[in-house]
Ligand binder design. Structure first.
Ligand SMILES: C[S@@+](CC[C@H](N)C(=O)[O-])C[C@H]1O[C@@H](n2cnc3c(N)ncnc32)[C@H](O)[C@@H]1O
Length: 277
């Protein structure tokens, strides 16, 4: 394959063999084969038959995934990348979905089957990708890939740390989260401004919470929306009885609560709050 150096400012010419990098789609193409192979190695490939890669671009990671599992599907929003894949990865035919990952109903591809998700993700939608995975957790036992380093670290962060937040609590309630390794900007074309980080999420055996899940999400989000306030103050909006609000947990700040303590808090609030409000 001809080595192509995409550049955000350079329009593609007729001679170009690759895809022109588009900033609004978060296109930073990985140029280091060893790292692509190392990312492919982060999934266990056990307990499911299908793998979905988000944003394959020119397929640098895809070819290593195909060595691991035969049933690899890719979802790509960019027509130019899709055309490139269709002509260079003939055996992927029928499994290249030209769609927006955030909007597409994945049960149209996988019905009710289990599948893993992997990718070198577009950083501009990374948080939304994680939220969609959490929504579909019943079907996603494993998830791994590359984010902006700061986001990957935040997802895996434990309570008591400054960067611990909504994404950390919600993800860790359902998945074991591991930060695996850091990737420098120099291995991308064009290079991003910041370091990248690879993480892995492994679904917990018991991924149904022992509390009202809608209320759990609401409590976590409400508490972190005013992260400098105590739980007592940030949850005032729920109009909880005074005797409940005297419990010691209400004197803490959200960043001090592990996901288990957020579950406890939700269980305490449950009799007084209407879920989904
Ligand atoms: C960081 S690039 C990675 C490309 C390739 N996997 C690589 O490592 O070189 C992100 C890819 O995600 C695609 N993408 C961006 N937004 C998307 C979306 N909403 N749904 C599906 N793909 C998307 C981009 O077109 C791009 O190909």
């Amino acid at each position: 394959m001809k080595k192509y150096k995409p550049n955000f400012n350079k329009p593609s010419s007729n001679d170009d063999q690759g895809v022109r990098a588009k900033k609004h789609l978060g296109q930073h193409f990985l140029t280091d084969e060893n790292i692509a192979s190392k990312i492919a190695d982060t999934l266990s490939y056990e307990g499911y038959e299908k793998v979905l890669e988000i944003g394959p671009g020119m397929g640098v990671l895809t070819k290593y995934l195909l060595e691991k599992k035969s049933d690899v599907h890719v979802i790509e929003i960019d027509t130019e990348s899709v055309e490139y894949l269709e002509s260079n990865y003939l055996h992927l035919r029928g499994r290249i979905h030209e769609k927006d990952f955030l909007k597409h109903d994945l049960t149209e591809i996988f019905q009710q089957e289990q599948f893993a998700i992997i990718g070198n993700f577009p950083y501009n939608i990374s948080t939304q990708i994680v939220f969609k995975v959490l929504q579909m957790r019943d079907q996603i036992p494993e998830f791994s890939g590359m984010f902006q380093k700061e986001v990957a670290k935040r997802i895996c962060e434990k309570e008591g740390n400054k960067t611990y937040g909504i994404l950390s609590v919600l993800t860790q309630a359902f998945y074991e989260a591991e930060y695996l390794f850091t990737v420098p900007p120099s291995v991308f074309n064009p290079p991003p401004k910041v370091d990248s980080g690879v993480l892995r999420l492994t679904r917990k055996n018991n991924f149904t919470l022992p509390c009202d899940e809608k209320l759990f999400f609401r409590v976590v989000k409400t508490a972190f929306n005013q992260r400098r306030k105590t739980i007592r103050n940030s949850l005032k909006i729920l109009n909880l009885p005074d005797n409940l609000r005297e419990d010691a947990i209400f004197g803490l700040r959200p960043e001090q609560l592990s996901f288990q303590r957020f579950i406890e808090l939700t269980q305490m609030i449950e009799p007084y709050a209407i879920s989904g409000k």
